[in-house]
Write a protein that binds this ligand. Structure first.
Ligand SMILES: [Zn+2]
Length: 176
């Protein structure tokens, strides 16, 4: 029924020998969120950078040559695409590659859905904290030296030639 997916992609891509299309629940649900797919598992590495494209023209069945060509445009020279409310499509030079990509893309969607269900993924929280830190640094006086996290914690400096221990300069209440 959705043969235009296969014929359009193979017509557009001489390097493609196999097209896989599934209505997997993980890909269908994840694509509906509008979230970028992240490489939070090994499965997602091939689909995170560059980001796997999302076909947004329709969530209905792709039964016409026009929709098939539009999907091929979305995939471009990539390895596949997510289709919100529908599923996924992957391509490869042979069936083994295209099928493996479909399995991995589906699993990457499943892992990210699980992570989202437990809260924002840790990598996202780290990125948010880093961006927050950069924002604070930009607002700080550029001529001011950084302040240690604890005023009573000694600041260590790199060892000088011949020194057996790093030089420690006490700070906080002991230095005043
Ligand atoms: Zn379909």
């Amino acid at each position: 029924m959705e043969y235009p997916i296969h014929t359009s992609l193979m017509a557009a891509r001489p390097d493609v020998g196999c097209v896989v299309h599934t209505h997997s629940s993980a890909a269908t649900a994840f694509a509906a969120l509008g979230e970028p797919l992240r490489a939070i598992s090994r499965d997602g590495v091939e689909f995170a950078d560059p980001p796997v494209p999302v076909f947004t023209l329709t969530g209905s069945l792709i039964r016409t040559a026009e929709l098939g060509a539009a999907l091929a445009d979305t995939v471009g020279d990539g390895v596949g695409a997510l289709i919100p409310q529908h599923g996924l499509v992957t391509v490869g030079p042979d069936p083994a590659t295209a099928v493996m990509r479909a399995v991995l893309l589906d699993r990457a969607c499943r892992v990210q859905l699980d992570a989202i269900a437990a809260g924002p993924p840790l990598v996202q929280r780290r990125r948010d904290r880093a961006e927050e830190g950069r924002g604070m640094a930009a607002r700080a006086d550029p001529g001011r030296l950084p302040v240690p996290a604890s005023p009573n914690r000694p600041v260590s400096h790199p060892r000088r030639r011949g020194e057996t221990k790093p030089a420690l300069i006490p700070t906080g209440r002991f230095s005043r």
